[in-house]
Write a protein of this length. Structure first.
Length: 209
């Protein structure tokens, strides 16, 4: 479970009542004509949906699990670190309106790529950061963007974010989808307490806008 506070845990429990929806893996994502996909992991998937969904050309950001061994994992299993998966988001986008390179910029500006033990308040490999490429072009662009960021000297340490081939992506339970829209107060409470924005403001400043 997220290691924040007992109060937060209670709030999340309230938000989940009656909203579990269909089990993960029942609606596997499919590529739609005229769309491309990208998969990123940056810790809490609630915090990774909004930065992408507000971009012109992004159709959706789906919270889910990837990079593990077990088929159709549940949130309980993944959050306990028992499956090898990481929380991730699958982006569907129109490459004529927003490029993969632009998505990479947004990704780097919303995580701490120097943290090998999780992301912010969420600890464990299930919250590790990662780029999961779907083809050779994505791999090359991901590697180039990582090298450029490393050379910029902006970060407080070396980049440990993984760049690996994409594997099966399992959409998370329905109550996790668009959590920032469904539960804005609880989302803001969690996000502020996580320390994510404080770190990002320090590293990127006005460029975050």
């Amino acid at each position: 479970m997220r290691g924040f506070t007992a109060i937060l845990l209670a709030l999340l429990t309230l938000g989940a009542v009656g909203a579990w929806g269909e089990p993960p893996g029942q609606r596997m994502s499919e590529k739609t004509s005229g769309q491309e996909r990208a998969i990123f992991a940056g810790g809490c998937f609630w915090c990774m949906e909004h930065p992408f969904e507000k971009l012109d050309g992004v159709h959706a950001a789906i919270s889910g699990y990837t990079g593990g061994e077990k088929a159709q994992p549940s949130y309980k299993e993944v959050s306990a670190g028992r499956t090898g998966h990481t929380e991730a988001v699958e982006i569907s986008f129109d490459p004529a309106r927003v490029s993969y390179e632009e998505l990479l910029k947004v990704f780097w500006m919303n995580i701490d790529p120097t943290d090998g033990g999780g992301q912010f308040v969420d600890r464990g490999s299930q919250y590790r950061s990662g780029i999961y490429y779907l083809d050779e072009n994505q791999r090359q662009q991901a590697e180039a963007s990582k090298d450029n960021l490393a050379k910029s000297g902006r970060l407080p340490g070396p980049i440990v974010t993984e760049i690996t081939p994409a594997s099966t992506f399992y959409p998370a339970e329905e109550y996790h989808q668009d959590y920032y829209r469904k539960n804005p107060i609880r989302y803001k409470f969690y996000r502020y307490g996580s320390g994510r924005d404080q770190f990002l403001d320090k590293v990127w400043g006005k460029e975050r806008g």
